[in-house]
Write a new protein. Structure first.
Ligand code: NAD
Length: 259
């Protein structure tokens, strides 16, 4: 079976109480992986979610952490390792617009907030996870995986007021090249999944008319659904499926943008 090596793997997905991250958590759970999911605070239905996982025989745990803060990145990794004994796969999914500000209105606080959430979070979580990912690769003889979540905005610059967001995503697309050059020796692969326009809370500021207008400009004429990205996370995570794949950006965007 494809991805069967994911059974029992310890997978941490950041920013995953809803949207693309939550779909990824469910996909890994369906493969028999041990899954940690995260948000700044617990979702209201946490007890039901954990109960559903337990009934399905899935070993899953929620970890509250605000990953725009470095100490929280460290605690998240520590707490995950204390619970599961190590990390095989890290998915840096936490991210978001923070807000929309044109260049003329950008101040230091907004610059920091956008970069803290989108760049610092992935950098620091990866930094603290690194020794655990290395140890897991050594113990298993298989590669560990880090997956970043970039964006079409990382190529095209972002929409109105989203220039800093686009730039932070481009930063992610780029920094994994350095990590590939210096940490492949540790048995870790780094890949980025770059979504186009996905139907999540991310686009809560748009009405149906705006969504229809955006859809019309996408060759597939629709937004992506969170599940549309799930199998790509499994592919990059699975040593069996992608042991020789590293340093890549996979665009999942219905043809919206072709680099
Ligand atoms: P979403 O708003 O539906 O989910 C965001 C998740 O991140 C939530 O689980 C939330 O709890 C969590 N989160 C937010 N701030 C956090 C913080 N400080 N610390 C920890 N967790 C935090 O968003 P989504 O659309 O599923 O986006 C997921 C990723 O995909 C993000 O990195 C986003 O930038 C990227 N992305 C989304 C789109 C899109 O169109 N939806 C397009 C390109 C890229």
């Amino acid at each position: 079976m494809l991805f069967e090596d994911l059974k029992g793997k310890r997978v941490l997905v950041t920013g995953s109480t809803e949207g693309i991250g939550w779909a990824a958590v469910q996909a890994f759970a369906a493969q028999g992986a041990k899954v940690g999911f995260n948000g700044r605070s617990a979702p209201r239905d946490l007890a039901q979610r954990l109960q559903a996982f337990e009934q399905a025989g899935v070993d899953a745990e929620f970890f509250a952490a605000d990953l725009s803060r470095t100490p929280d990145c460290e605690h998240l990794v520590q707490d995950f390792v204390a619970r599961f004994g190590g990390i095989d796969v890290l998915i840096n999914n936490a991210g978001g617009l923070v807000g929309r500000k044109p260049l003329a209105d950008i101040d230091d606080a907004f610059f920091d907030a956008v970069h803290d959430l989108n760049a610092r979070s992935a950098l620091m979580t990866t930094r603290f996870a690194l020794p655990h990912l290395k140890a897991a690769a050594q113990a298993s003889g298989q590669t560990s995986a880090v997956i970043l979540v970039g964006s079409v905005a990382g190529y095209v610059g972002g929409g109105p007021g989203a220039g800093l967001y686009g730039a932070a995503k481009a930063w992610l697309h780029n920094i994994q090249k350095n990590w590939v050059n210096f940490h492949t020796v540790d048995g870790i692969r780094f890949n980025t999944l770059s979504p186009g326009t996905f139907d999540t809370a991310f686009h809560a500021d748009k009405d149906d008319e705006a969504k229809a207008r955006i859809s019309a400009g996408i060759p597939m004429k629709r937004f992506g659904q969170p599940q549309d990205a799930a199998a790509a996370f499994l592919f990059f995570a699975s040593h069996q499926a992608s042991a020789y794949v590293t340093g890549q950006v996979l665009d999942i965007n219905g043809g919206q943008f072709m680099p």
